[in-house]
Design a protein around this ligand. Structure first.
Ligand SMILES: Nc1ncnc2c1ncn2[C@@H]1O[C@H](COP(=O)(O)OP(=O)(O)O)[C@@H](O)[C@H]1O
Ligand SMILES: [Mg+2]
Length: 284
């Protein structure tokens, strides 16, 4: 259980997070969406303790992380897995050594136990046998997989992922999203993902928080997003004509009608000549 209460963070007098309240849903993927510069990364960095907030609370199981001693924070950190933009793998280390790193930091496991655990997580992300490869030898999608393996190697209760799809093609993005979602459900992890990827929002949006200029502007799921009348959200999410049409089609499927401000005929193409089948010839 993670609860964020009235979280504020600024830099040199400029407010970035302006009092954010969010309760993350346990055992699910919680998506933080919003345009570039809206404060998503700062938010995640506050949650994992990389930034100290100016005020507000971040409660892990009811305990305020911001008020903890270094020792107490370390205990929470042990339960947190992180995957940051660019995967942040150590380029001079093999895949295996990258994944062993958190085990060396936080456990007293034997070398044999650590190697067994590495093989388990590599297998889980479908990279069996990649142990001795170096990051430079991997594709973008494989690097993300290694990043995920490293993030889950300590069996975290919480997983934080910043822009998992940056730099990936749409198909690979979808596979990475799916993997994160599967792992979240399989291990009952509470996952928080920053993204601006529309596909992710629709595919894994159990709980979506839309940030606008450092404030929570909207909250809901991928079904509710279709019906939302929040103008800022709609301008952000349904930024192209194509996506606006997709939204309306989805709405039409669900309710049999579209938004009042849209032209139904135009949308369904009933007056578009190309879509009307040619009249059958009568040969009788
Ligand atoms: N370490 C920092 N020092 C000063 N300003 C920062 C720092 N990190 C982020 N910011 C500012 O905070 C704002 C939000 O940034 P960020 O959280 O990275 O946005 P997002 O991840 O939503 O694109 C930006 O205006 C950015 O310049
Ligand atoms: Mg960011």
């Amino acid at each position: 259980m993670i609860e964020v209460k009235n979280l504020r963070k600024g830099f040199e007098g400029k407010a970035v997070l302006k009092g954010v309240d969010v309760t993350m849903q346990s055992g699910k993927c919680n998506l933080i969406i919003g345009s570039s510069g809206s404060g998503k990364t700062v938010f995640i960095k506050c949650m994992v303790g990389l930034f100290q907030p100016d005020s507000g609370q971040i409660l892990y199981n009811g305990q305020d992380f911001t008020a903890m001693t270094v020792e107490q924070k370390k205990e929470v950190r042990k339960e947190i897995g992180m995957l940051f933009q660019g995967s942040a793998l150590f380029s001079s280390m093999t895949v295996e050594d990258n994944i062993i790193f958190p085990l060396d930091m936080f456990t007293t496991m034997t070398r044999r136990q650590k190697l067994d655990r590495v093989n388990e997580v590599l297998d889980r992300v479908n990279l069996k046998g990649a142990n001795k490869k170096f990051p430079a030898e991997l594709s973008g999608g494989m690097m993300k997989r290694v990043g995920i393996a490293r993030a889950i190697v300590l069996n975290p209760k919480y997983l934080f992922v910043d822009e998992p799809n940056s730099g990936l093609d749409p198909q690979t993005s979808g596979l990475i999203d799916k993997l994160i979602q599967e792992i979240t459900l399989e291990y009952g992890i509470t996952t928080v993902i920053n993204t601006h990827d529309m596909n992710s929002v629709m595919e894994i949006g159990d709980h979506i928080v839309y940030m606008y200029q450092g404030e929570k502007e909207w909250e809901g799921n991928s079904k509710e997003i279709i019906f939302s009348k929040n103008q800022r959200l709609n301008e952000f999410i349904f930024a192209s004509d194509f996506l606006r049409d997709a939204k309306d089609m989805r709405m039409l499927e669900e309710t049999g009608k579209v938004s009042e401000d849209r032209n139904m005929q135009q949308l369904t193409g009933t007056n578009a000549p190309d879509l009307v089948p040619p009249p059958k010839e009568n040969k009788a």
